[in-house]
Design a protein. Structure first.
Length: 254
């Protein structure tokens, strides 16, 4: 698949546009992850449509701008510039994982008229980073870039409100915090693994409630649901594509 470089304001992002049809599905990867993070979920999509995957600055084939830290709100603005640069007509369904889910959430609040659907895949609990004994103030995101967590909280908080578009919040499998041997639990002190697992599930439930979204829970794997339980993610996207197309047909028949 061909990579195209799009200027988003002084630097270029690498993106792939595939398929055809409306709506366009835009995939937003988690921290430090590239566009290939969605390969397994895309492979099991049932509904052909236009798809946009991209790498944020300093990841994959994208350029690295002359900055070190930025907010999640700035990343949402960057995505808006990218979508505009592609000249894809829209409307769009955003699919975001982890911190990418927060970028999608902010985008949905800033430019709601662009969208006909939103899928949030195990979206990060930004407040958890600040509630630990030693607050986690930054999140690495490719090359030397980081997200400023405290400066991003306001954008995330104001974006948690009922949506006028169909939305689905997908939570990772309960219990995976207790089984993941790669997690350094010292950075999450004083929370125990059980407390973290419970809080994570509560976060996903409350996020779905705030957005008036459908809440789903993965059956397999851990945080990377798009790879561990890709059919669940793909089915959610297929559902929103179908709803968007039904709405168009309904409007045309009036």
């Amino acid at each position: 698949m061909a990579i195209t470089m799009f200027d988003v304001g002084g630097y270029k992002l690498a993106a792939e546009i595939a398929g055809e049809g409306s709506p366009t599905v835009v995939f937003i990867s988690g921290a430090s992850s590239g566009r290939d993070a969605w390969d397994k979920a895309i492979a099991v999509l049932r509904t052909p449509t236009t798809r946009l995957t991209y790498d944020r600055p300093g990841i994959g084939d994208s350029e690295t701008p002359d900055l070190t830290s930025r907010t999640l709100g700035a990343a949402a603005e960057e995505l808006h510039q990218l979508v505009s640069a592609t000249t894809l007509p829209g409307p769009f369904i955003l699919v975001g994982h982890s911190l990418g889910g927060l970028i999608a959430l902010i985008y949905s609040a800033q430019w709601p008229d662009d969208l006909v659907g939103l899928v949030l895949v195990d979206t990060s609990d930004i407040h958890l980073n600040l509630d630990v004994a030693t607050p986690i103030l930054t999140a690495n995101d490719g090359n030397h870039l980081t997200f400023d967590i405290p400066a991003s909280v306001a954008d995330v908080t104001r974006s948690r409100r009922p949506l006028t578009i169909p939305a689905i919040v997908i939570a990772s499998r309960p219990g995976h915090w207790l089984e993941d041997e790669t997690i350094d639990f010292t950075r999450w002190h004083p929370f125990t693994p059980t407390q973290l697992d419970t809080r994570w599930q509560s976060h996903q439930q409350s996020l779905a409630k705030d957005l008036a979204a459908t809440h789903k829970v993965a059956r397999h794997g851990g945080h990377n649901i798009q790879s561990d339980d890709p059919t669940l993610v793909a089915d959610s996207i297929d559902t929103l594509i179908d709803l968007a197309r039904r709405r168009v047909r309904s409007l045309k028949s009036r």
